[in-house]
Design a protein around this ligand. Structure first.
Ligand code: PNW
Length: 485
């Protein structure tokens, strides 16, 4: 028996939704089946040194062929909602005409979920741009925003009668700066100007889709998901460190929050970037047409908040730099920040995950409170934690009794519990946060880290495709059943 009694347990608010998240390229496999064509990730995974182990998503978790069993597993876990993404390269291969087989897969997924009593939470863009569109300039060109809108509308044609929650973009910071400036993600470019242009065209596509879907059906729950950091100055008394924290917060958080909620890019960040690359800012400013920011600032119902960890930053390089949280792949990358000078991470002795990401649950409480106070409350937008999770080197043992395997991931269960508590702390402080999605349901293709890093509450054996619920999955199930910590 545990010491916790019913009276001391913390309950989640009525209506709070518990879920898990995945993304198409990370789990589906069947990369060239059912009419699907190449996405930028199919191309990028073939670039030598881009992904740990040379891994790719050709097979991944084979979810495309195992979807009904995977939904049955979600029902067994007691998930109330499932956040998944649709693959643009499956639905409109090459960015062109609709592929009926691709749409049909998502239609069957939605029916399967509804049949299991699980609410579908659909994300339109989780990074798998059709390679044919990349060859026309990808997100650096404005036309891609229009192609994105057509793609969204074709999915709404097919699923709009059954799917009510639509997220346009997952983490546009990753899809722009990590991909077109840092080069760590597809398409692997390393240009300040391209990162800026991509961020604008992603946001423009988001705004256009919100306008179009709203016009079709005013009852839809529309929004986007951003990833955030919590930037703290190493020495709060040192103005240079305080300024470094401002610049990191600006380039990571406010670059996306300000246009969506306030209809303008943060002027201080524009000037920071201009100081290091004036030509890039000129190209960006020319790409922002009159009226774009009104489109981008279309009111949204739900903001998805993805949180993994914060950053302690100093203006000067610290004596002992912390271990990097990026994969040590052979292909060189650069900083994803357009103005990276004087931004140095400082070690603060927090526990770390297998990716060297810090474990910092209280950061989630502060983040939710800050977004609520500074942006969402005034706009009438509610929040949901659309991703939070951790990679650990899971110890797999054979269960003598069943002959199956066991994964006793106490570290991940503790991570989950601590972040659920942090979410409740924010709710107690008055933040309207309506749900939590663990990342991820399944171990899967972890982008530049390949299959080397496992985030799942369900273990996947990549040789046999056998799924095994981990200890953390059983713990999550219990929490969902009790609606309490
Ligand atoms: C997010 N970074 O990705 C994504 O939405 C998921 O697809 C992914 O699997 C999950 O977090 C875990 O990584 C990120 O380098 C990938 O800062 C990399 C970074 C941030 C988010």
């Amino acid at each position: 028996m545990t010491a916790t009694t019913d009276a001391t347990r913390r309950r989640f608010p009525d209506g709070f939704l518990f879920g898990a998240a995945t993304a198409a390229y990370q789990i589906e496999g069947a990369a060239f089946e059912g009419g699907r064509r190449a996405s930028i990730w199919d191309a990028f995974t073939r670039v030598p040194g881009a992904v740990t182990g040379g891994d790719n998503g050709d097979m991944a978790c084979d979810h495309y062929h195992r979807m009904p069993q995977d939904v049955a597993l979600m029902r067994e876990l007691g998930l109330q909602t499932y956040r998944f993404s649709t693959s643009w390269a499956r639905v409109r291969p090459d960015g062109g005409p609709v592929n009926p087989a691709g749409v049909d897969f998502y239609s069957r997924l939605v029916d399967e979920l509804l049949g299991a009593g699980i609410k579908p939470w659909l994300t339109l863009y989780h990074w798998d741009l059709p390679q044919a569109l990349e060859e026309l300039g990808g997100w650096t060109v404005r036309e891609t925003s229009d192609r994105f809108t057509e793609y969204a509308l074709s999915l709404h044609d097919a699923l709009g009668d059954r799917v009510t929650t639509w997220t346009t973009l997952n983490e546009p910071w990753c899809a722009s700066f990590l991909s077109y400036t840092g080069g760590e993600h597809a398409p692997g470019h390393q240009s300040v100007a391209e990162g800026l242009l991509a961020s604008h065209h992603l946001l423009l596509g988001h705004g256009q889709v919100v306008h179009e879907l709203r016009a079709r059906d005013a009852s839809l729950d529309l929004g986007l998901t951003l990833n955030h950091t919590v930037a703290d100055p190493a020495d709060p008394q040192n103005p240079a460190d305080v300024d470094a924290a401002r610049r990191l917060d600006g380039q990571f958080n406010r670059w996306f929050l300000d246009p969506v909620f306030r209809g303008s890019y943060p002027a201080d960040v524009v000037e920071d970037v201009r100081a290091v690359d004036a030509a890039a800012v000129e190209r960006f400013e020319a790409a922002v047409h009159d009226g774009d920011l009104e489109v981008i600032a279309a009111p949204i119902d739900t903001l998805g908040v993805n949180y993994y960890h914060g950053d302690l930053v100093s203006a000067e390089p610290p004596a002992t730099p912390p271990v990097s949280g990026a994969p040590a792949n052979a292909r060189p990358t650069r900083s994803p920040y357009p103005a990276p000078d004087g931004l140095h991470s400082v070690e603060r002795g927090l526990p770390r995950t297998a990716q060297n990401w810090e474990v910092q649950p209280e950061g989630l409480t502060r983040l939710l409170r800050r977004i609520w106070d500074d942006y969402a409350a005034a706009a009438g937008t509610v929040l949901a934690v659309t991703e939070n999770g951790a990679a650990y080197d899971d110890a797999v043992t054979v269960d003598e009794g069943t002959g199956g395997i066991r994964v006793d991931d106490a570290d991940r269960a503790e991570f989950l519990r601590a972040h659920l508590a942090a979410t409740l702390d924010a709710a107690d402080a008055g933040v309207d946060v309506r749900g939590f999605f663990y990342w991820s349901l399944l171990d899967n293709f972890e982008w530049a880290w390949g299959y080397d890093k496992r985030f799942g509450i369900v273990h996947v054996d990549y040789d046999t495709q056998v799924r095994t619920v981990k200890h953390s999955g059983r713990e999550y199930s219990r929490i969902i059943r009790d609606r309490a910590l």
